[in-house]
Ligand binder design. Structure first.
Ligand code: URA
Length: 232
C-alpha cells in the first residue's frame, strides 16, 4: 500500500498535505526519513512516524456510540449527526443502520462496508434488542400478535418478534429485521404509542452501559469478532 494512501485513510492529512510533510522531512519509515510519498509500505511490519508520533494503520475501525436523542443517524446534513460524536481522524466512517432521531442507545460506527452490508442484509436475521416504553398498557393479545408476526400499515408484514414484558407499559423487544420506524409502527397498529425507545443490543454486541448518551468507545477484539459470528 502507498504511504500517502495509508496516511490519508487514517485521516492524517490529504495526499497533498502528506506530500508536503514528506518534503519537510516529517515522515519516517523504520527510523529513516522518507521523502517519497508514493513509496509502498507494509502497514503490518513497517513503523511509520509523523512528527515522531507512531501511526498504527488499521484498515477498519469499529466504535460503539450510545446515541443520544435528538441526533440523526447520518453522515452529513444541516443537523447534528452521530458522526459529530466520534472523535476520530479515520476517513469513511458511517453508522451501521439507522436509529430514529429520538431513539437512544447502541449504534455501531465503522468504515467496514462489507461487514455493515452483511449485518444489515435481511437474509442474516441479525437480532436487535430494544427497551420500549409505551403510553398505554400492553395486553396479552398485543404480545401474541407481535410474537406471531403482524401486519402494519395495512399491508406490510413484520416478522415474528420476541417480546418480554418488564411492566405494563415497558417491554424488551427483539427484532430480526429493520423496517423503517418498525417498533413505532407496530405499537401504532395496536392503538398504542412508543414514548421512549433505546437499542440495547445488536447481535451479541451489548451497549456498554458505562457510556453516557453521546459517549463512544472503540470495540474490543472479541466484540469485533462476535459481529462476524455466523455471517463471516
Ligand atoms: N424501530 C423504530 O421505530 N425506531 C427505531 O429507531 C428503531 C426501531
Amino acid at each position: 500500500m502507498r504511504l500517502d494512501k495509508a496516511l490519508a485513510d487514517m485521516g492524517i492529512g490529504t495526499r497533498n498535505e502528506i506530500r508536503k510533510a514528506c518534503r519537510a522531512n516529517r515522515i519516517m519509515i523504520n527510523g529513516t526519513v522518507m521523502k517519497d510519498p508514493s513509496v509502498h509500505i507494509d502497514p503490518d511490519t513497517d513503523v511509520i512516524t509523523v512528527d515522531e508520533q507512531v501511526i498504527t494503520y488499521q484498515k477498519y475501525v469499529y466504535y460503539m456510540l450510545n446515541k443520544p436523542a435528538g441526533v440523526i443517524s447520518a453522515t452529513s446534513g444541516n443537523e447534528e449527526t452521530v458522526l459529530d460524536y466520534i472523535d476520530s481522524t479515520v476517513k469513511g466512517l458511517f453508522p451501521v443502520g439507522r436509529l430514529d432521531k429520538d431513539t437512544e442507545g447502541l449504534l455501531l460506527i465503522t468504515n467496514d462496508g462489507p461487514l455493515a452490508h452483511r449485518l444489515l442484509s435481511p437474509k442474516h436475521h441479525v437480532e436487535k434488542e430494544y427497551e420500549v416504553h409505551v403510553r398505554d398498557d400492553i395486553s396479552e393479545t398485543d404480545c401474541d400478535q407481535i410474537r406471531k408476526g403482524m401486519k402494519i400499515d395495512h399491508d406490510e408484514i413484520c416478522l415474528p418478534a420476541e417480546i418480554t414484558l418488564v411492566s405494563k407499559r415497558e417491554c424488551r423487544l427483539i427484532l430480526e429485521e429493520g423496517k423503517f420506524h418498525e417498533i413505532k409502527r407496530i405499537f401504532a397498529s395496536l392503538g398504542n404509542e412508543v414514548v421512549y425507545l433505546k437499542r440495547l443490543r445488536m447481535k451479541h454486541l451489548l451497549l456498554d452501559e458505562t457510556l453516557k448518551p453521546g459517549e463512544f468507545r472503540a470495540l474490543r477484539e472479541e466484540e469485533i469478532a462476535s459481529l462476524y459470528d455466523g455471517i463471516g
